[in-house]
Design a binder for this molecule. Structure first.
Ligand code: GCW
Length: 663
């Protein structure tokens, strides 16, 4: 028996100030016979196949407002139907366990009074999270780029014994439609390499928990495992010994965990081993693994974050934004059917704003998952409120115009060519912090990712209201204020950080706070090229790296010329003089000053709004938010002053409005 709701966690699934449903429980007992039990307080409703009622529990089912039944007929996988046969009664029907869980939470997250009859099914098959959890605390901590405390799954080189917190996590993910989870960091170190060999019992324990909620278990593997933990002296994907090692490994994995999902691979990326070492291609590497897992129904998620991180900053011919498309687009159609290419939404690295990855516009015969980052590595590290659905909407709504100018939008292209095996992956933002995400409002990003992956047309506004309704029992007016606080927070963050899409002005290594030239002379390929005359990266076909030419022609035309290029992405695609006049009418240098002053003012306005609404939330939530807002404002001021001072010193152009810029 598995209770679907944690009793004590501060999340949309319960905890102080959460909606009245904190007392509900749904229990799914043995998927095979379709027995589903729902309890509210002590009242149980039990239904079996075909809707036959098996009985009521404890107090006679007085609170039977919501019934869940599993039907024997074939419905769409993971889909469900809501019926409202009479006022006050809601019935959820589904053909499989995932549909049941999804349907139940559909009602739960809105409240039974707010749902209407209808059929629902996910738009995408892949709705996956990648945890970047390390087994051993390393230089990156227990969770790489984690901002919510240590890993909930690993501690001191081992998987924790008590998986109750992990079970709550699984429940939480199921509640928003996530159906796959990769347990460990894609940077696979020595200990994690043995997850698929010596530590299978641990993986099996985690997989058993995930199974209860219809979530497939994945592990990130070390591409060089045959060499490092196996008895083979190479990791050449075409070597028979290597192929045999992976086949045997897959047999053992699936022999232990019959419904195991598969492997996630970061190869030839940021010093990780990969097929390039053996002069082989990524098709060779991915298909070799795919062949090993195929007999078991397994899938290989192959990440496309492949670029030269040993670049000479003097070399202007190499452009990191081209790399994924250059490496992978030529192989479109050559990857095995159980390979999914996992592609970051932008071609650089989860920046506050980037043009979309050209690779995503080029894969027409390959399964693709768009990778988003929920953990706020570059967007305020869960100290700043930065509501990411607005960033994601901006990227996903980009019109990619394959044949003509305009549509389809990026999100509409997921899976249109290859059908199944497409969707969304995101890097998770949870940790052992009692509120799960460090900043209580960062839960909204996790919630929204799951919902967006299921229904990629949902608006940022809809998602904010949905999350708030499911999380805090507050009056409508307070909820509207909280939604207003989230909405626009990404634009505010952008306004006080790096200007006009230029990206990467962060402190090296930690990626928190400003350091305008921090990466300028490093091997990482993330440059802004600011000098006394201008700033930005020339990616045009005419005079730059030609990266824009990797887009379909009509889309390329939208970025290639200064006339056409939108202001928000100007410095991502062009190097311009400080006096260049934007479509907004402002010059670039004046925009930099104005936007940084405005960003801090918007941050102050957010805090005023927060003060008007903070009393409506439980004190433990407000106390954390207060502390984080203080840091957000401090950091925003630091960004404003460093960026404005830097550009004043470079350009010598004074602020037209004469505000204080430190010299
Ligand atoms: O954004 C960068 C991060 C790395 C991360 C890498 C990746 C897991 O700084 O910490 O490594 O991306 O996506 O592989």
């Amino acid at each position: 028996m598995a209770s679907l709701f944690p009793a004590s966690d501060r999340c949309w699934l319960g905890g102080p100030g959460s909606v009245e449903l904190a007392h509900w429980q749904l229990e799914v007992d043995g998927a095979d016979d379709g027995l589903v039990t729902i309890a509210r307080d002590h009242a149980l409703l039990v239904r079996r196949h075909g809707g036959a009622e098996a009985g009521y529990g404890a107090d006679g089912g007085a609170s039977g407002m919501l019934r869940v039944e599993q039907v024997a007929e074939n419905g769409p996988p993971e889909g469900f139907e809501i019926l409202t046969p009479e006022p006050g009664r809601v019935v959820v029907r589904a053909a499989d366990r995932r549909g049941l869980v999804a349907g139940f939470f559909h009602v739960w997250n809105r409240g039974p009074g707010a749902v209407s009859a209808g059929r629902h099914r996910p738009a995408t098959a892949i709705r996956m999270l990648n945890d970047w959890d390390n087994m051993v605390v390393d230089a990156m901590g227990s969770v790489e780029r984690g901002y919510a405390g240590p890993s909930i799954l690993f501690s001191g080189g081992e998987m924790v014994d008590d998986l109750s917190r992990f079970r709550d996590y699984a429940r939480l993910l199921a509640s928003v439609g996530i159906n796959a989870l990769c347990l460990n960091n894609v940077n696979v170190n020595d200990v994690e390499t043995t997850l698929v060999t010596d530590r299978l019992d641990d993986v099996a324990r985690a997989a058993a928990v995930l199974r209860e909620y219809g979530i497939a278990c994945y592990v990130a593997v070390n591409y060089a495992a045959p060499l490092t933990v196996g008895d083979v002296d190479t990791a050449d994907p075409l070597d028979d010994g290597v192929r045999a090692w992976w086949r045997a490994t897959a047999e053992r994995v699936w022999g232990r965990i019959g419904d195991f999902g598969g492997f996630v691979v970061k190869a030839d990326s940021e010093n990780r081993p990969g097929p390039f070492r053996y002069d082989r291609t990524h098709v060779d590497g991915a298909n070799m693994l795919a062949e090993a897992v195929a007999p078991h129904g397994g899938t290989v998620f192959w990440r496309c974050f492949v670029y030269d991180n040993h670049q000479d900053w003097r070399d202007r011919s190499t452009d990191r934004a081209r790399a994924a498309a250059d490496h992978f687009a030529p192989f479109d159609g050559q990857f095995a059917d159980n390979v999914v290419l996992q592609v970051k939404f932008g071609p650089i690295d989860f920046q506050t704003r980037e043009g979309v990855s050209p690779l995503l516009t080029r894969l027409r015969a390959t399964h693709v998952a768009i990778e988003l980052q929920i953990t706020q590595e570059y967007t305020g590290q869960q100290k700043h409120v930065c509501y990411l659905p607005e960033l994601w909407r901006d990227a996903l709504d980009t019109e990619i115009g394959w044949e003509t100018d305009g549509g389809p939008r990026l999100y509409e292209t997921v899976g249109v060519h290859t059908g199944r095996h497409n969707g969304f992956v995101a890097v998770s933002n949870v940790g052992a912090d009692p509120n799960w995400t460090g900043h209580p409002f960062a839960q909204a990003n996790l919630y929204a990712f799951g919902r967006l992956a299921w229904e990629p047309s949902l608006t940022a506004e809809e998602l904010a209201h949905e999350w708030l309704r499911a999380t805090y029992a507050v009056p409508d007016a307070a909820r509207d204020e909280l939604a207003a606080l989230l909405l626009g927070s990404w634009q505010t963050y952008e306004a006080y950080t790096a200007p006009l899409g230029v990206g990467f002005m962060v402190t090296p290594h930690t990626h928190y706070g400003p350091s305008v030239d921090g990466y300028e002379y490093t091997p990482w390929g993330t440059y802004h090229f600011a000098d006394r005359d201008g700033v930005g990266v020339d990616r045009t076909v005419a005079t730059g790296s030609g990266m824009i030419g990797l887009y379909p022609p009509a889309m390329a035309a939208r970025y290639e010329t200064l006339d056409a290029c939108p202001d928000a992405l100007l410095l991502f695609f062009h190097h311009v003089p400080y006096g260049h006049v934007l479509h907004s009418g402002s010059t670039v240098i004046q925009h930099i000053y104005d936007s940084h002053f405005a960003g801090v003012e918007q941050g102050e306005a957010m805090i005023r709004r927060w003060h008007g609404v903070r009393e409506s939330l439980p004190s433990e939530v407000s106390a954390v938010v207060d502390v984080r807002f203080a840091e957000q404002l401090r950091s925003a001021i630091e960004w404003r002053d460093q960026v404005n001072t830097y550009f004043w010193r470079k350009s010598g152009v004074p602020d037209a409005r004469g505000r204080l810029i430190h010299r």
